[in-house]
Design a protein around this ligand. Structure first.
Ligand SMILES: NC(=O)c1ccc[n+]([C@@H]2O[C@H](COP(=O)([O-])OP(=O)(O)OC[C@H]3O[C@@H](n4cnc5c(N)ncnc54)[C@H](OP(=O)(O)O)[C@@H]3O)[C@@H](O)[C@H]2O)c1
Length: 306
C-alpha cells in the first residue's frame, strides 16, 4: 500500500477517534440525569452527609427539587435545625430530618445507631459528601490528631457508613444510588498529602464497590465524583467563575451526572476541562500551574498561625 494511503488512513482514524471522544464528552455533560429512577415507593428518602453547608447543602437542595425527602447529616445540632427550617421553607412538599454525629471520632457502634435510626425510612439514595478538614501544609507540620481527623472524615467514616447501609440499600424492589464525593487533589497535589491520600482511598473504594455490587447482582449505582475548587463553601466565599463554581452549581452537576454509566466522573464540566488539560500537558506545566497556588495557600495558612 502506498505511504500516502497509510497516512490518510491514520489521519482518518485519528480524526474519527477525536470526534467520537468529543461527542462523548458533550453527551456526558448534556444528557438528562437519571436521578428520578430512585424516586419510587412510599415516601423515598436520601441521606446526605455534611449537609449543613457547602456542596452537601447544595445536593440536599437539588434532591429536594427532584422530590426526595432528605436526611441532613452534620455535627452541629443548632446549625442543622437552622438548615432544616430554611429548606422546609423553600421546599414545602418534601420532608427533612436531621442526623447528628461528629464523624471525626464516631465509633462503629455510633454509626450503627445512626443507621438503625433510619430503619423505618424508604432510603434509596446515600450521598457520602462529608469531608475536608485538612490544613494546607507540609506533611511533617501536621499533628498526629490532624492526620487522624483528615483520614477519619474523608476515608474511615464513608467506608463505615457505606458498609453499615449496604444491606438497606441492597433492595429487591428497585435500584438505589451511592454517590461518593472526592477531590481532584487525590493525585499529586503538594501540601495536601494526607487529604489527597484519603480522597484517593475514597475513589478507589467507590470504584471497587461499583464492580462488587454488580458481581453480587445488587441493583446499586455507585458513582464517584471528584471535585475541583468550589466557592460558597464553609472555608471559601471567593467570587465564582467558570472554573470555580458555587456549591449549588457543583451540587447540580453532581446530580446531573447520575446514570451516566461511569464509575468515576469529574462532576462539573469546568473541572473536567481543567483535568483534561492537566492530563494532556507534561508534568512540568502542572508544576507551573498548580504548585504556586498551593504554595500561596500554605503561606496563608502559616500567616494565620502567627
Ligand atoms: N470546596 C471545595 O473546593 C472542594 C474541593 C474538592 C473536594 N471537596 C469535597 O467536597 C465535600 C464537601 O466540601 P465542602 O467544601 O462543601 O465542605 P464544607 O462547606 O466545609 O461543609 C462540610 C460539611 O460537612 C460537615 N462536617 C465537617 N466536619 C464534620 C464532622 N467532623 N462531623 C460531622 N459533620 C462534619 C460540616 O458541618 P458544619 O456545618 O458543622 O461545619 C458541613 O455540613 C468534601 O468531601 C470535600 O472534601 C470540596
Amino acid at each position: 500500500m502506498p505511504a500516502s494511503q497509510v497516512l490518510f488512513g491514520l489521519g482518518f482514524a485519528t480524526a474519527f477517534y477525536t470526534t467520537l471522544r468529543f461527542l462523548r464528552f458533550i453527551y456526558l455533560y448534556t444528557r438528562p440525569s437519571s436521578i428520578k429512577r430512585y424516586l419510587y415507593g412510599h415516601c423515598p428518602w436520601a441521606l446526605v452527609t455534611g449537609a449543613s453547608d457547602g456542596i452537601g447543602l447544595g445536593i440536599a437542595q437539588e434532591l429536594a427539587t427532584n422530590g426526595f425527602n432528605v436526611i441532613l447529616h452534620g455535627r452541629n445540632p443548632e446549625k442543622l435545625e437552622r438548615t432544616k427550617s430554611q429548606l422546609q421553607g423553600e421546599f414545602k412538599n418534601v420532608q427533612f430530618k436531621i442526623a447528628v454525629l461528629d464523624i471525626s471520632s464516631a465509633t462503629s457502634c455510633q454509626i450503627n445507631e445512626l443507621v438503625a435510626s433510619l430503619d423505618d425510612l424508604n432510603l434509596t439514595v446515600l450521598v457520602n459528601n462529608v469531608g475536608g478538614g485538612a490544613k494546607v501544609q507540609p506533611l511533617e507540620k501536621n499533628t498526629g490528631e490532624e492526620l487522624d481527623f483528615t483520614i477519619n472524615v474523608n476515608a474511615r467514616f464513608p467506608a463505615q457508613l457505606t458498609k453499615a447501609l449496604l444491606p438497606k440499600l441492597s433492595r429487591p424492589d428497585g435500584p438505589t444510588l451511592i454517590m461518593n464525593i472526592g477531590s481532584l487533589a487525590d493525585s499529586g497535589v503538594p501540601y495536601a498529602t494526607v487529604y489527597g491520600g484519603s480522597k484517593a482511598f475514597n475513589m478507589a473504594m467507590s470504584s471497587s464497590l461499583a464492580v462488587e455490587v454488580k458481581v453480587e447482582g445488587k441493583n446499586i449505582e455507585v458513582l464517584a465524583i471528584p471535585v475541583g475548587r468550589v466557592t460558597d463553601v464553609a472555608h471559601s466565599k471567593e467570587p465564582s467563575s467558570f472554573f470555580t463554581p458555587t456549591a449549588r452549581t457543583m451540587a447540580r452537576a453532581c446530580v446531573d451526572r447520575v446514570g451516566c454509566g461511569r464509575q468515576v466522573v469529574t462532576g462539573y464540566v469546568g473541572h473536567a476541562m481543567q483535568k483534561f488539560v492537566i492530563d494532556l500537558l507534561p508534568p512540568i506545566v502542572f508544576e507551573i500551574l498548580v504548585v504556586p497556588t498551593m504554595k500561596d495557600r500554605k503561606d496563608e495558612e502559616e500567616r494565620k498561625k502567627l
